[in-house]
Design a protein around this ligand. Structure first.
Ligand code: ADP
Ligand code: ASP
Ligand code: MG
Length: 388
């Protein structure tokens, strides 16, 4: 029997009524003769509320204790969904990340999945049950509970789909697919029918939170096709899969805020070593000048950023708060100088701190407050005018 993995995000399970509706949808998929594994996020804004709660008892809570707290959010929704299915007469069982065999590294609050041991999931499916898995969490080899970074339930779903050999991995949220920009930010955004893994990864890395970047990377490596769909409403979708080798195109615009620019004049190797100790992601670190370096630190990704910034300042780094990025994403973005020229024209008035061009994106570091306006302008120039 074919296995389908369905992931429902926070807005889809925001209250008891929605959980009942999700249960009905899962029940229908099962009636179609599929084995269903459901990955759920925490209800509504639970994760943000738990973070605020932690900060109300301790100014700088440890990442380990944060993980103990934050994983509770997904645990509530998994149990409630399982109960709602039982109430419909559908046998179901819920598992935490640890019980589902999601093994991660030790990096609390930003862990990476390193292995999936899905024996218990297979066993429950063989017993005819729907399996509900708490997203966003796993367990390290030293048996510590970890979380996967914000939006990490998507990564749980993809890793399970790969490990189970599922025929489909469906990611359900409040939008009916991936758009050419965040529809909340850019009114002219259009839904995209298909995207390559690389394009979707570049969008996610640039701030489009509709899909999690780690999830897209796993999907590419395992060859899992992703279907981004809406839980309630539209039947449309965006399909994310391998690239067409001949593609050269612009697919969308993304922006990100809440970034701090960190700069050090000298001593890049020491800074890098310290960042590793602090568990700060360094994927976009620039070494420059006479051994200086700079990178962007995301307040959302580094939960204890005030302590991290203080530590780095103590090592001679300077910090510029209030930064953001805007990016234009596609394939072959660095092949056409006219595109870079147009991009520079639009972001130029904001005196960007840095502009980069690579195969899948053009990107600029800009003042955070200019972010939404620039996203709208870039969308107009690169997607609306170009199409007309
Ligand atoms: P979930 O809680 O279901 O995981 P998210 O809030 O993480 O859902 O992601 C869905 C949201 O992502 C949408 O409401 C939308 O505002 C935002 N978003 C950002 N960029 C895009 C984009 N390019 N296409 C669609 N949605 C986007
Ligand atoms: N609940 C977590 C978050 O808010 C994980 C997720 O939604 O995927 O980031
Ligand atoms: Mg999400």
């Amino acid at each position: 029997m074919a296995i389908v993995v369905q992931k429902y995000g926070g807005s889809s399970v925001a209250d008891v009524e929605k959980i009942r509706l999700v249960a009905e949808r899962v029940a229908r998929t099962r009636q179609e003769g599929k084995q269903v594994v459901v990955v759920v996020s925490a209800m509504g804004d639970t994760t943000d509320e738990l973070l605020a709660l932690a900060r109300s008892v301790c100014e700088n809570p440890s990442r380990r204790e944060l993980d103990m707290l934050l994983t509770a959010g997904e645990r509530i929704s998994m149990a409630l969904l399982s109960m709602a299915l039982n109430a419909l007469g559908v046998p179901a069982v819920s598992f935490t990340g640890s019980q589902s065999g999601i093994i991660t590294n030790e990096a609390h609050t930003n862990a990476r999945i390193v292995e999936v041991r899905p024996q218990r999931v297979f066993q429950a499916l063989d017993e005819g049950k729907v399996v509900i898995v708490a997203g966003y969490q796993g367990v390290s080899r030293t048996r510590e509970v970890t979380t996967l970074g914000r939006g990490g339930s998507d990564a749980t779903a993809v890793a399970l789909a790969a490990a189970l050999g599922a025929e489909a991995c469906e990611i359900y949220s409040d939008v009916d697919g991936v758009y050419s920009a965040d529809p909340r930010e850019v009114p002219g955004a259009l839904r995209l029918d298909e995207l390559s893994y690389e394009e979707m990864h570049a969008l996610a890395e640039s701030g489009a939170r509709v899909l999690n970047a780690q999830a897209v990377e796993f999907a590419r490596r395992a060859g899992v096709i992703l279907h981004a769909r809406q839980t309630f409403g539209s039947a449309a979708e965006t399909r994310i899969g391998p690239a067409d080798p001949w593609d050269r195109r612009v697919v969308g615009v993304a922006s990100e805020g809440s970034l701090i620019g960190i700069r050090i004049e000298r001593g890049a190797p020491g800074l890098v070593a310290r960042l590793r100790e602090l568990g700060v992601p360094t994927q976009e670190l620039w070494v420059e000048g006479e051994g200086g370096a700079s990178f962007l630190l995301s307040k959302e990704r580094v939960v204890d950023w005030p302590a991290v910034v203080e530590d780095l300042r103590g090592r001679g780094a300077s910090a510029e708060d209030g930064l953001g990025t805007v990016s234009v994403v596609g394939t072959g973005m660095d092949e056409d100088a006219r595109m870079l020229e147009r991009f520079l024209e639009i972001v130029g008035e904001q005196r960007p701190r840095r502009v980069t061009a690579s195969r899948h994106r053009l990107s600029a570091w800009i003042p955070e407050e200019a972010r939404s306006r620039l996203a709208v302008e870039l969308h107009r120039a690169f997607l609306e005018e170009a199409a007309a």
